[in-house]
Write a protein that binds this ligand. Structure first.
Ligand SMILES: [Mg+2]
Length: 137
């Protein structure tokens, strides 16, 4: 089954870019939220393998959305990778402190981007593989 990725991004051009990059890749199924509120609503019924989180968004920024997700026990294990044009050390530090597992700077380099998606979307598979094996016994 394709790995489920939730992109949270307020900028339409960026959303279209990510959709285009992943459109032909059958390993992933991309779901898109236009803001943090919408993302949190989607997460009530949907548990993706990876969340790509834009940091700069109106109303609720990506750090606040990340902290909220990490405070919900059912969602806390989902890896979140921050997306931002700011690449100062302090910005990266803030994203990691909020609970992000890593940080991708925009404009993205497609190859690095795909490598990180592959790496982090597999995190939960690895964590839960023991349980999956047991259910087959
Ligand atoms: Mg933004």
């Amino acid at each position: 089954m394709a790995r489920q990725i939730l992109l949270v991004e307020d900028n339409q051009s960026n959303r279209e870019l990510f959709v285009e990059i992943l459109r032909l890749n059958k390993e992933y199924e991309l779901h898109v939220a236009e803001n943090g509120i919408q993302a949190l609503e989607m997460l009530e019924t949907f548990s993706p393998d990876l969340i790509l989180m834009d940091i700069h968004m109106p109303e609720m920024d990506g750090l606040a959305v990340t902290r909220t997700i990490k405070s919900i026990p059912e969602l806390a294990a989902i890896p979140i990778v921050a997306l931002s044009a700011l690449a100062m050390k302090s910005d990266i530090q803030s994203a990691l402190e909020a609970g992000c597992i890593d940080y991708i700077t925009k404009p993205i380099r497609i190859r690095d981007f795909l490598e990180k998606i592959a790496q982090y979307s597999a995190v939960r598979e690895t964590q839960t593989s023991g349980c999956k094996e047991q259910t087959h016994l």
